[in-house]
Write a new protein. Structure first.
Lengths: 114, 114
């Protein structure tokens, strides 16, 4: 049972345009969400996160939006750059004591076209 | 460079052989994790250690054992490798339960079981 879903396996965007990556979750107990970026032959690296008490978090070119009622979050990258080409994983966590595991989505491969 | 170090980077095993994947972090993190990444499946948690001296099962623990040797090191053992364990294995660490920082991942071990 996939509790965190990324329904688009791949996405291609022109350089300079906005990239929007989507993620849906089913477990209403998740209260913290993260995005990771992964280049080939490297481990995932933390990109940006958002707590369930917020609906938006911004860090430079990256913004994450959370819609709790829809159980949906999205990552916006503006403007997109060639170095943004990577696989992006959405992850979610329940912050109860002793239950700190991250549940990951299946990933979306983003390709930025020069 | 500070971070999470995994060894080996690549390994080929025959069915039934055993091996141990090593992981060490030098960030004084309390929690450590082992994930596996398979195509179309995202990252799935195998085992984790919330603190030195404790280990717990994750989503896919069957066929694996772990040892939290000390605060720095967390090893993953395959006692009798099977082709279904062909995967890329990632070790990760995090400061602790109350930390909202993302996990730090190693660069991965690519394991093939023939």
């Amino acid at each position: 049972d996939q509790q965190v879903k990324q329904n688009s396996p791949s996405l291609s965007v022109q350089e300079g345009r906005i990239s929007i990556l989507n993620c849906d979750y089913t477990n209403s107990m998740f209260d913290y969400f993260l995005w990771y970026k992964k280049y080939p032959a490297e481990g995932p690296t933390f990109l940006i996160s958002i707590s369930s008490i917020k609906d938006k978090n911004e860090d430079g070119r990256f913004t994450v939006f959370l819609n709790k009622s829809a159980k949906h979050l999205s990552l916006h990258i503006v403007p997109s750059q060639p170095g943004d080409s990577a696989v992006y994983f959405c992850a979610a966590r329940r912050s109860n004591f002793g239950n700190e595991k991250l549940t990951f989505g299946t990933g979306t491969r983003l390709t930025i076209i020069p | 460079n500070a971070g999470v170090t995994q060894t080996p980077k690549f390994q080929v095993l025959k069915t039934g052989q055993s091996m141990t994947l090593q992981c060490a972090q030098d960030m004084n993190h309390n929690s450590m994790y082992w994930y596996r990444q398979d195509p179309g499946m995202g990252l799935r948690l195998i085992y984790y250690s919330a603190s030195e001296g404790t280990t717990d099962k994750g989503e896919v623990p069957n066929g694996y054992n772990v040892s939290r040797l000390n605060k720095r090191e967390f090893s993953l053992r395959l006692e009798s490798a099977a082709p279904s364990q062909t995967s890329v294995y990632f070790c990760a660490s995090r400061m602790g339960l109350k930390s909202n920082y993302g996990y730090t991942f190693g660069s991965g071990t690519r394991l093939t079981v023939v």
